[in-house]
Design a protein around this ligand. Structure first.
Ligand SMILES: *Cc1c(COP(=O)(O)O)cnc(C)c1O
Length: 395
């Protein structure tokens, strides 16, 4: 053998404890860490299937849905997005994407690869779309699907009035898809009541579960679109009917092997959902809202500005703060990371170089963490620039 065992692997594994206050992943609660350390079981063992059933009920709770087709895709949030496009779209289907930042474009890119005829409805940067704009675009394009990110984590914009948009989609026979990766558990969301046909979320944001497993739910309208496809779903691994069979979403069908799910990730997700169920969704949402409010006040007190101008367009989960002129955002983030092991992220896509993004997600949506991040942000700016702090709330 010509390739030697690597020297690097002779050294011990290094994992540094960090305070994860970017747009995700967020820190794990201890109960999730303990669950992740447990021995593997088989992906079809009866105990594993029971855990999957518990998870299904937990996902129905967090989405507020009674959909039978509620399960996980074995991939990160991107996988939920890609699988949704892959199953719901066929060649030349008109697909309309609301974009309030980076994520509408990312989903559109995926849809294009499956041959969809993609149209984009872009909001003014830092603003949500209005119901009227959406209604007009749906009437103009007559799409098969309409996609929205509930919270666009690149801009920190939350898209409200999903219930009104759901009604418009029903009226025009459009499948309504909502990405709740950066919002679920932190911002109100009622899948059934708001007539949302497909929703997926991220495990590693408000839920505080490990990345790599993505809860998803589809109603009968979405499933009808899939079962009446003219062509088979293009990617075997993403095929929702096969995945739903493995998750025993069809009561009369036997569970069958589709892939070896990471049982370890299931342990972590189950505990994260159990914690959410114990706290209660409403209380979790209230906690995220009040922490974000406190953060916004602190930011303004420091003389900084939120990137999203209108308070009711601001997501509570991912908070974007404008980088002031003369300040190098990377130096500030690096200072916080090097000295305090605290993650404050920069922008993404249209906000690259323009903002810091502070995630108040799951465990990190606490009053103490808000105080901590504000203190460190201030110190990091002070030590890396000549910025003069002026309390704008007093002006
Ligand atoms: C983080 C995020 C994703 C992607 O999730 P990954 O787990 O990184 O693949 C998708 N949509 C939104 C709105 C996100 O914030």
């Amino acid at each position: 053998m010509e390739v030697e065992p690597p020297q690097s692997l002779k050294k011990p594994l290094v994992v540094v404890e960090k305070t994860m206050m970017g747009p995700g992943p967020s820190n794990y609660p201890q109960r999730v860490i303990d669950a992740l350390g447990k021995q593997v079981m088989g992906h079809l063992h009866k105990e594993t299937c029971e855990i999957m059933d518990d998870i299904k009920e937990g996902i129905q709770y967090i989405f507020q849905t009674k959909n039978e087709i509620t399960m996980c895709v074995s991939a990160s949030g991107h996988g939920g997005m890609d699988a949704t496009m892959c199953n719901l779209l066929e060649e030349n289907d008109v697909a309309l994407f609301g974009a309030t930042g980076h994520w509408g474009h990312r989903a559109a890119d995926m849809a294009k690869r499956y041959g969809a005829d993609v149209r984009i409805l872009e909001s003014e940067l830092g603003k949500a779309l209005s119901v009227d704009e959406i209604k007009s675009a749906i009437e103009l394009h007559k799409p098969v699907i309409f996609f929205l990110a509930h919270c666009d984590s690149s801009t920190g914009v939350v898209q409200s009035y999903l219930g009104d948009i759901g009604l418009i989609c029903r009226k025009h026979n459009v499948i309504f898809i909502v990405d709740t990766v950066a919002s679920l558990g932190g911002i109100d969301f009622l899948m059934d009541e708001w007539k949302i046909d497909v929703a997926y979320t991220g495990s590693q944001k408000c839920l505080g579960a490990p990345p790599g497993i993505t809860p998803i739910s589809l109603n009968d309208r979405a499933m009808f679109k899939i079962t009446s496809r003219k062509s088979p779903v293009k990617v075997y691994y993403w095929d929702f009917i096969l995945i739903a069979t493995y998750w025993k979403c069809f009561p009369s069908e036997q569970r069958i092997y589709h892939h070896t799910i990471s049982v370890t990730l299931l342990y972590g997700l189950r505990e994260a959902l159990a914690i959410m169920a114990e706290e209660g969704l409403q209380s979790s949402i209230r906690r995220h809202t009040s922490c974000s409010f406190k953060l916004q006040q602190g930011v303004e007190k420091m003389g900084l500005e939120m990137f999203v101008k209108l308070p009711f367009h601001r997501a509570s989960t991912v908070n974007a703060i404008k980088v002031p002129e003369g300040v190098d955002w990377t130096k500030v983030s690096d200072y916080a990371m090097n000295k305090y092991k605290l993650e404050i992220s920069g922008g993404l896509g249209p906000t690259k170089g323009k903002v810091w993004r502070i995630g108040l997600l799951g465990l990190n949506a606490s009053s103490e963490k808000v105080d901590l991040v504000l203190k460190i942000l201030k110190e990091s700016i002070e030590n890396t620039s000549d910025f003069i702090f002026v309390d704008k709330s007093k002006m």
